[in-house]
Design a protein around this ligand. Structure first.
Ligand code: ARG
Length: 461
């Protein structure tokens, strides 16, 4: 069998099943571009500080860039015997550059190396996800801007509560995603700290320059403590937490879309490009996209939980347990990215609000009852008294199968002499929405203001 990097120390070869169990090359090949970039910076630093000669530095860099080309052309496919991406690259480099390749790992450990790779990877992914969040926000905002005066029932306890501007409802999601975007920006600052040069755990005997590699790799700073630098995974947990929140938000929206698309609600129709059929029921058209988003949310929560448990009992510094961080991160990135893409397409072109059905919906319930109580309260009747009176009215209406708008002026005035002819206007759905003009409310004036501010934030951020 082939020799491993460390086999001189050992009398016999690794059991093949254990070699497989131990190896991470099957998944950490995903880090290769970042590993090469990190190694290029390390090689340049070795030359810069005189630890190796300038010519040696150039040979290392050229060899690493050749591996990058080979990988991009599909010609670098290390097998399980390489153990991990770091050994695979070093081995190939030595094939290409000869003995000088063996100098690359001077003053470095795989422990600071893998930490560097993971941070470079995550930094790039976070910036991609933030772009996707912006795209999704912009789609939400476009729909909202076109639907300021489209009304939709608002619910608490999934019971009709008060009607809303559809724009207001969609802007609630815009705000959640705005926090997600900001949160990722904050986390990115901590991800962007260099552990390179922390060595295995204690630093190194060579006169390295950690700030030099950090600045080549565009890290904003370096870890101050070598033990912390190689064993910290807070940045990964923070990312998994932010990713979990993104999916909480997407999943809540998904749940609403699934409800809205049901015959019972009938608030939206899903286009053929974004829904699927049944193998047996010919009439079916299923909201698979939001269902999958709702379903995939669980696995990201799982990764967060796994990572927390992974860390809680680890003694300093590096332990092999930490190899488990990668699949959690990779799968989370893939899941968040996929969900954001699918939801953006669904909202942009795969779904239509049924405005007639929505108008009907807000006109057929008692969601204007608060407004009757407010009407009386604004005429000086104590709110609780007004509220009790309207409760009684609702009860009698239900008994006679009437809505509030069906009561005659005589009936209103029999209930309370303060009612006048303008009660009908006060309980019309459009007025009910318009009247909630308090800051952050659903009143059209507020919503227009909120849309403007949302637009400004999208453009300026
Ligand atoms: N594949 C390893 C990981 O992902 C690289 C670091 C190995 N370090 C070690 N001391 N065995 O964590």
């Amino acid at each position: 069998t082939e020799q491993t990097t460390w086999s001189q120390r050992f009398e016999s070869a690794l059991h093949p099943a254990i070699a497989c169990f131990n190896a991470s090359i099957g998944f950490d090949i995903e880090l290769i571009e970042y590993d090469l970039t990190g190694s290029v910076a390390h090689a340049k630093m070795l030359a810069h500080t005189g630890i190796i000669s300038p010519e040696e530095g150039e040979k290392l860099v050229a060899g690493l860039e050749q591996i990058r080309q080979e990988y991009r052309q599909g010609n670098f496919n290390p097998g399980i015997d390489a153990e991990d991406v770091h050994f695979a690259v070093e081995r190939r480099l030595t094939e290409i550059a000869g003995d000088v390749g063996k100098k690359l790992h001077t003053a470095r450990s795989r422990n600071d190396q893998v930490g560097t790779d993971t941070r470079l990877y995550l930094r790039a992914q976070i910036s991609q996800i933030r772009i996707q969040l912006r795209e999704f926000q912009s789609v939400l905002l476009n729909i909202a801007e076109a639907n300021v005066e489209t009304l939709i029932p608002g619910y608490t306890h999934l019971q009709r509560a008060q009607p809303l501007s559809l724009a207001h409802h969609l802007l609630a999601y815009f705000e959640m995603l705005q926090r997600d975007w900001e949160r990722l920006g904050e986390i990115a600052q901590r991800v962007n700290t260099s552990p390179l040069g922390c060595g295995a755990l204690a630093g190194t005997t060579f006169p390295i320059d950690r700030h030099y590699t950090a600045s080549l790799l565009e890290f904003a700073g370096v870890y101050r403590n070598s033990l912390d630098g190689v064993s910290d995974r807070d940045f990964a947990i923070e990312f998994l937490c932010a990713a979990s929140l993104i999916l909480v938000h997407l999943s809540r929206l998904s749940e609403e879309i699934i409800l809205w698309a049901s015959q019972e609600f009938g608030f939206v129709t899903l286009k053929d490009t974004c829904s699927t059929g049944s193998s047996i029921m010919p009439q079916k058209k299923n909201p698979d996209v939001p269902e999958l988003v709702r379903g995939k949310t669980g696995r990201v929560f799982g990764h967060l939980q796994a990572m927390l448990v992974l860390m809680k009992g680890l003694p300093l510094a590096y332990n092999k347990d930490l190899q488990e961080d990668k699949e959690a991160l990779f799968d989370t990135v893939k899941t968040v990215t996929g969900c954001l893409e699918a939801m953006t397409i669904l909202l942009r072109e795969g779904m239509e609000f049924k405005s007639e059905r929505l108008a009907e919906a807000v006109d057929e319930d008692f969601s204007n009852a608060t407004d009757v109580a407010d009407y009386l309260a604004s005429k000086g009747i104590p709110f609780r008294e007004a509220y009790n009176l309207v409760g009684k009215v609702v009860r009698t209406c239900l008994q006679s199968d009437k809505l509030l708008k069906d009561l005659s002026l005589e009936e209103w005035q029999a209930l309370h002499p303060a009612f006048e002819g303008d009660i009908y206007q006060a309980i019309a759905p459009t007025q009910v929405v318009a009247a909630r003009n308090s800051y952050g409310g659903t009143g059209f004036e507020q919503v227009r203001q909120a849309l403007q501010e949302a637009r400004d934030r999208l453009v300026s951020g």
